[in-house]
Unconditional design. Sequence first.
Length: 211
Amino acid sequence: MQNSSASIRRRHPLVSTALVGALAIATLASLQGCIALLGAGAVAGGMSLNDRRTGGAQVEDEAIELKSGGRLRDTIGDKGHVNVTSYNRIVLLSGEVPSEADKAAAEKAIASLEGVNNVVNELEVGANSTLSTRSSDTLITTRVKSALIDAKDIQSSAIKVITERGNVYLMGRVTEREAARAADVARAQPSVLKVVRVFEILSEEQLSNLK
């Protein structure tokens, strides 16, 4: 697909069999246009047992990401390269769009989706990232995830890692201690330019109640 096309990438494994079918239909339809839903890994048919979100929140996040493709196509057409990541109804927008007007329009469109509690708009105004930049971002994400797994004092499965142009975004439901530790781990990896915390902070008591 040409760099001028928009790409809405999904960042979470699917959480229901129904959504697997829906994603397949949406992906097939999007390939006929210019916006595609690109999975970050293998598609799964069940919810993660180690996820700190409720089952309902996981399903709702999948629905938000699924609906975002059509909403953005209706709003900004095939302009830009937009990634949408929803975690516990907090939505991160990352990537590139041609203008400030497109950036604002994308945020407004996603904020209007049912179930969205907050939108963190990290879209950059400018040219789409190159394939080499995206390949580098993928490598950075892999390094950060591996480092989080190696850090025994962090539940790595509770943290979502997204990388754009060397900027690492961390999402999840974590305590302040976990948030600070995860940011330090990510910041120490090669080629990381900036670490942005998009966490939902829990108290130690709230975390204990989740266990």
